[in-house]
Design a binder for this molecule. Structure first.
Ligand code: MEV
Length: 311
């Protein structure tokens, strides 16, 4: 097994979930945890998937059909036909699969890398990302592509969807950002929640345009704070982004409770991250000591809590 090159990273969205679907920029950070994939070709046709990824309870069962579809779409994109040749895939790594962390994108990007290596195919990083995007459609309908781009390239990215290939650039951070992230224990469907937002937007375009304008101004301030290494200003912007998510109706009482608890324990900013209506929240912490305190406070409410850093 040569897994070192066959990884896809998990992600946390700092700014712009849902807005990013409508071709405005967002900021996303890859976490220091990954899914890896091993691909073996066999004589006997058929697909065998061994999924050894760590995951929160029920995640894999809930996502089983989508995972199957995502794997098939990625294989199809790479011209691998499992009715003609056997494919055995083994997924592992240290990323705990949970709604909000981009586990699906990490999985299909790792898969694209592994198939590319096994065939072998010479694929550029952009081609890996494009294959991951095809796989993501199996999980999420027509996603923005932010998750697979973070999974492929890592780091902190400014990402913008376009009608063609996405436009993105890696941000240079002055210092790593210390994050605590916690799960609500609720697995949300991105396709459903994105669809609900679209329906609300179509019913009231003026309402959505108002939120979009506020978001774009907020992103400018958030990105300047990130560039300047001003964690206090960055934290305030995260708080404001959470408020916008509430207005979009993608937060939920469980997320709001975790966000409040993180702030009370000393986080300098907190928000939901990803699809919402369940999934994850993130808290920005200024020091290792505060990170520990926030983790402790969230552990009393959330079924799973992790610490990480974005760099
Ligand atoms: C999911 O990680 C982020 C969303 O904005 C959906 C997408 O970008 O496709 C909710």
């Amino acid at each position: 097994r040569a897994l070192a090159q066959c990884r896809g990273y998990g992600k946390l969205i700092l700014f712009g979930e849902h807005f990013v679907v409508y071709k405005v920029p967002a900021l996303v950070g890859a976490v220091a945890a990954y899914t890896d994939c091993d691909c073996e070709f066999l004589e006997e046709p058929g697909l065998t998937v061994i999924d050894e990824r760590p995951a929160v309870p029920h995640y894999k069962v809930k996502k089983a059909d989508e995972a199957q579809e995502a794997i098939q779409l990625t294989l199809k994109h790479l011209n691998v036909d499992t009715t003609k040749r056997g494919v055995k895939l083994t997924f592992g790594g240290d990323l705990c699969a949970v709604s909000g962390i981009g586990a699906s994108a990490a999985q299909v990007v790792a898969l694209a890398r592994a198939v590319g290596r096994a065939l072998p195919l010479k694929m550029s990083e952009d081609e890996i990302n494009a294959a991951g995007y095809e796989g993501e459609k199996g999980y999420h309908g027509t996603p923005s592509g932010i998750d697979n781009t973070a999974a492929t390239f890592g780091g902190v990215l400014r990402f913008c969807r376009t009608d063609g290939a996405p436009i993105f650039e890696k941000k240079k951070l002055r210092e790593p950002i210390r994050i605590v992230y916690a799960s609500t224990g609720i697995t949300a469907s991105t396709t459903t929640v994105v669809g609900d937002v679209r329906a609300k937007k179509e019913a009231d375009e003026a309402w959505f345009a108002g939120l979009l304008t506020k978001y774009e101004a907020l992103l400018k301030r958030g990105e300047s704070a990130l560039d300047a290494g001003d964690v206090n200003a960055l934290g305030k912007c995260l708080d404001e982004n959470h408020a916008l998510c509430q207005e979009l109706t993608v937060s939920c009482p469980e997320l709001d409770a975790l966000v409040d608890a993180a702030r009370s324990a000393g986080a300098i900013g907190a928000k939901m991250s990803g699809t919402g209506r369940g999934g994850l929240m993130i808290a920005l912490t200024p020091s290792a000591a505060v990170q520990d305190k926030v983790k402790e406070a969230l552990s009393k409410l959330a079924p799973q809590v992790w610490t990480t850093f974005l760099a």
